[in-house]
Design a protein around this ligand. Structure first.
Ligand code: ADP
Ligand code: MG
Length: 469
């Protein structure tokens, strides 16, 4: 056996510093709770939400009280400072608390959830795993496992990736030899659970990575089955770029007094992007889209819709009059999505229709235009969407189609980005129904009183035929 540098203050308890688990030896049983009861909403637990200040100084890893072997690995990886989500999540998770880490893609969420577990890890004789991470795709599972191997605090720390589309042999072998961290897709993890080749009885730390995406591709029942097989006294972390309602339900069901670290920037800098909206009646959106494309002549254009089905419908319609169009959404097989993404990245595709979750990770510098064919229900997604253009110092254009009923929603978006979105027009597309917009308080000031009769929402005088109001 290799000798390892163990931190001098290592408390060698069987629980790795996690709360004692009385039920650890009893199988936690699949029959706990009924899957269908998920829809039977109980009262939702309130979640403490913390939004760290924007101007917080960067935290040095050397100031984070991590043990020496782990610090060595972090240094080896080339990390000197914690990213904001790491600085927010790590100390809380190190205390053993459940955490929801909400931050955009590319902000370092992987190390944020791996390091607290790794810091507590000690050599042991259990077969494991002690920690499991669920990921939406094989690629992400491989990436996270790679980070697990890179940051491992010891040569004895064993990370095993478990995903579909790969042979069982190697995974069986690795699981059989024992492991500390299993990183996998829920489907394949369940496979192993059914075969009895994966045992979750000693799990103390569970992570749902890219939770919004996992739910979007229909992994909810699998995730729940796995969570029910883990001991109740575990610590649970959930990472996600957005926290929509279905995630909150999952949280209230499977997490214990979680702290919600929301790192979504309050004021988003999207200055390079020219933003505009056009009011249009719902049934004329497609006609408007063709006009906008004709006028704008985009280099590459990303078009957002709210539903997978709508993406397919729009794709059919667009393909009749335009070349190089594709649609991408969570129901497409992974292979096909990758092919479409590859073609879009290489410029072979000019138009891509996407749903929010499927578009995650799109980083294509050629996108000149983002069209919000449907306004996002979840306001945070507006920022994610338009951020796909204006990359690498280039200018970008973001145009939103707004139906008359969506005036208030547009105002909410404007408040979030702290910026007025200009109205754009294409002749013949003023919506016929006037829309009602809530009065918006002036920024940083008391609302003006009394409001003028036809005062515009933002204190701007309304053009005579504006459809803003
Ligand atoms: P997310 O899961 O939020 O999309 P990742 O965890 O995949 O982000 O990290 C994105 C990239 O940033 C990775 O290449 C990772 O190695 C790198 N990274 C993460 N944390 C740090 C850090 N503290 N310093 C430098 N690079 C980091
Ligand atoms: Mg990630």
């Amino acid at each position: 056996m290799e000798s390892e540098a163990i931190p001098p203050n290592a408390d060698h308890d069987e629980n790795f510093g996690f709360p004692a688990d009385d039920a650890a030896d009893a199988p936690s049983g699949e029959e706990v709770g009924d899957e269908s009861s998920y829809t039977d909403d109980g009262p939702e637990a309130s979640i403490a939400e913390v939004s760290p200040a924007d101007d917080e100084p960067l935290t040095l890893y050397s100031d984070m009280n991590l043990n020496r072997p782990l610090m060595d690995a972090i240094r080896q990886a080339g990390y000197t400072h914690a990213t904001p989500v790491q600085a927010a999540v790590i100390p809380v998770a190190m205390r053993g608390q459940d955490v929801i880490g909400q931050a955009q893609t590319g902000t370092g969420k992987t190390a944020a959830f791996l390091l607290p577990f790794m810091n507590r890890w000690r050599p042991h004789k259990l077969k494991g795993p002690i920690a499991v991470v669920m990921c939406p795709t094989r690629e992400l599972a491989m990436q996270v496992a790679g980070e697990g191997i890179k940051l491992a605090p010891s040569k004895l720390f064993r990370t095993v990736p478990v995903y579909g589309g790969a042979g069982m042999g190697k995974q069986l072998d690795l699981l059989g030899r024992g492991c500390d961290l299993v990183v996998g897709t829920p489907g394949r993890m369940l496979d192993h659970l059914r075969r009895g080749t994966l045992n979750l009885d000693h799990v103390k730390y569970v992570v749902l990575d890219e939770a919004d995406r996992m739910l979007d591709i229909g992994f909810r029942p699998d995730i729940e089955r796995i969570l029910r097989r883990c001991p109740e006294s575990r610590q649970t972390l959930l990472m996600s770029a957005t926290v929509p309602e279905p995630i909150k339900k999952l949280v209230s069901r499977y997490m214990r007094d979680p702290i919600h670290m929301n790192m979504t920037p309050k004021v988003v800098t999207v200055d390079k992007i020219r933003q505009a909206f056009i009011t249009v009646d719902d049934e004329r959106k497609f006609e408007l889209l063709l006009k906008v494309i004709e006028r704008e002549q985009p280099r590459q254009c990303l078009i957002f819709v709210e539903r997978k089905r709508w993406a397919d419908n729009l794709h059919k319609k667009m393909s009749r009059s335009l070349a190089s169009v594709a649609a991408i959404h969570g129901d497409l097989p992974q292979k096909q999505r990758e092919k479409i993404m590859g073609d879009f990245r290489s410029g072979k595709l000019k138009f891509m229709i996407a749903t929010d979750v499927a578009s995650r990770g799109i980083d294509v510098s050629g996108i000149s235009h983002v069209i919000n064919y449907d306004l996002p229900m979840d306001i945070e997604n507006y920022v994610h969407r338009i951020g796909r253009t204006g990359r690498i110092g280039r200018d970008g254009v973001a145009i939103a189609f707004v139906t008359p009923e969506q005036g208030g929603h547009l105002t909410d978006i404007e408040m979030t980005i702290n910026k007025l979105i200009d109205e754009d027009r294409i002749d013949g597309f003023e919506a016929h129904v006037t829309r009602k917009v809530r009065e918006r308080p002036a920024q940083g000031a008391e609302p003006e009183a009394p409001p003028p009769v036809r005062k515009a929402v933002f204190g701007k005088s309304v053009k005579k035929y504006s459809s803003r109001l």
